[in-house]
Design a protein around this ligand. Structure first.
Ligand code: HEC
Ligand code: HEC
Length: 416
């Protein structure tokens, strides 16, 4: 009896861990991402003092490579996490990356930090159509989110950076973003004793270099993840309810014949009630994963992103459109294709699409319903959808049920 329930699926297994019903052992040094501990900053208040940094760096525990696990919800993609072998996560490196991420001194005039365009209070994206850099300059693309990057390999809307490490140093030298050069940025960081101390200790062979800036920033970004959403609590419940549909018609029989499954169902129901999904969201889920809307064709896996590039026709109506992935590969089929973005916490990060051209989730759903914008390179997965007004509202409701808590992150405590 027991084994039947216990072997249902990986999703259920992670739900069991969440509910404390599974005794699956977790290595002692393993950290479940999403909690406050890795991004709380060096203990204390105000600007970081040298003595505080020294004490922090002297603790060997802060230099131990960490094993990390994803929180419930994201956990079913644990096998897909990307942490390069030459850049293991350590507390000290993550903390250094946190400081760099929020430090405007990485830009020429010390006015723009990574957070200026990817801010925790704005869903780790930004609410302007385009990213706004130094001197108020605008690029032509919308700021994507910088969370759940641990599940993502190539970065940017067109995937032109192979890794988070490579991506992170791009904006520093981009004339319309942070407007600096890598050499000048490194020079400035070397002159800040608190930074020099940290780089020298964390990267003993190389100290302050632009590659190490990238490594630290990438390490910080990898620990910023989304926690479970109402939709995550609903999945294992739905699984059990589908498996035991017949028995659920008579709860007394269910309890008598499948006591383990019954207990599990009671627990999962409680959890789902504490994080409720509306009926509209439940119907929206059916559409999202079903034949009629089939959003899961591209928004797949725990992060709702296939890490592939597709042409939806966004921005293709103009004479010289942004050709996206084509600029990187030169392949005809990549014309106007962009990387599938995550849909987690999507309600927090309007406007939408690579050019920020769509203001609301309703507008996005209407875009899909009309089959995108016709053009010679439109993805063959994009077709007109037969959706009623109710269906459209339901799809939006489902996307709104994908919101979970972010890793709490301290935004101050930078070196003096
Ligand atoms: C001026 C605004 C701006 C600043 C400053 C900025 N970014 Fe970005 N960021 C963007 C835009 C716009 C894109 C998308 C550009 C593209 O795809 O061509 C982007 C892309 C990214 C991505 C790729 C996400 C994905 O889904 O592929 C990451 C990660 C990222 N930025 C992190 C950072 C970090 C780290 C910093 C600081 C070193 C930073 N950004 C500074 C605007 C900005
Ligand atoms: C063919 C693959 C594909 C399918 C199918 C698909 N999407 Fe997308 N989705 C993408 C890509 C690629 C983008 C970014 C396109 C761009 O900016 O040019 C995107 C963007 C989005 C965005 C905006 C995200 C952001 O951060 O800007 C939302 C919301 C969205 N899709 C929801 C849906 C819904 C709902 C469905 C089903 C009705 C769906 N998608 C079906 C690939 C797909």
């Amino acid at each position: 009896m027991r084994s039947r329930v216990w072997q249902l699926s990986g999703l259920l297994a992670s739900a069991l861990v969440l509910l404390g019903l599974s005794s699956a052992p977790r290595a002692a040094e393993t950290i479940v991402l999403g909690g406050p501990e890795l991004a709380a900053g060096i203990p204390g208040n105000g600007p970081l003092r040298i003595s505080e940094i020294e004490t922090w760096l002297d603790d060997p525990a802060n230099h131990e490579p960490l094993k990390v696990e994803l929180p419930f919800g994201l956990a079913r993609s644990q096998a897909n996490i990307v942490v390069p072998e030459d850049n293991p996560l350590t507390r000290a490196k993550i903390e250094l990356g946190r400081q760099l991420y929020f430090d405007p001194r990485l830009s020429r005039d010390s006015s723009v930090s990574c957070a200026s365009c990817h801010h925790p209070d704005k869903g780790w994206g930004f609410d302007t159509q385009f990213g706004v850099g130094i001197d108020g300059q605008e690029g032509g693309r919308n700021s994507p989110v910088s969370f759940n990057r641990i599940l993502s390999g190539a970065q940017f809307w067109d995937g032109r950076a192979d890794s988070l490490e490579a991506q992170a140093i791009g904006p520093i030298a981009n004339p319309i973003e942070m407007g600096f050069t890598h050499d000048e940025c490194v020079e400035r960081l070397r002159e800040i004793p608190g930074y020099r101390l940290q780089f020298d200790k964390i990267f003993p062979e190389s100290g302050v270099t632009i590659e190490n800036v990238g490594k630290a920033l990438a390490s910080f970004e990898r620990i910023v993840v989304t926690g479970p959403s109402p939709a995550d609590y609903y999945e294992p419940l739905l699984l059990v309810e589908t498996q035991y549909a017949e028995l659920l018609a008579d709860l007394e029989e269910f309890e008598e014949f499948e006591p383990d499954a019954y207990d599990l169902w009671v627990e999962l129901s409680k959890q789902a009630e504490a994080h409720p999904m509306s009926d509209a969201a439940k119907r929206g889920r059916e559409l999202f994963f079903g034949e009629r809307a089939n959003c899961v064709l591209c928004h797949s896996g725990a992060n709702f992103a296939d890490e592939q590039y597709h042409n939806l026709g966004v921005g293709m109506e103009v004479a010289e459109p942004d050709l996206g992935r084509f600029e990187v590969t030169g392949e005809e089929r990549d014309r106007g294709a962009f990387k599938t973005p995550t849909l987690r916490n999507i309600e927090l990060t309007a406007p939408y699409m690579h050019d920020g051209s769509q203001a609301t989730l309703e507008e996005v759903v209407d875009w899909y319903a009309k089959g995108g914008h016709p053009n010679a390179f439109l993805s063959d997965k994009i077709k007109k959808l037969d959706l009623t007004d109710q269906d459209r509202a339901d799809l939006v409701a489902y996307m709104r049920a994908l919101t979970g808590e972010f890793t709490p992150v301290r935004v101050d405590r930078l070196p003096e």
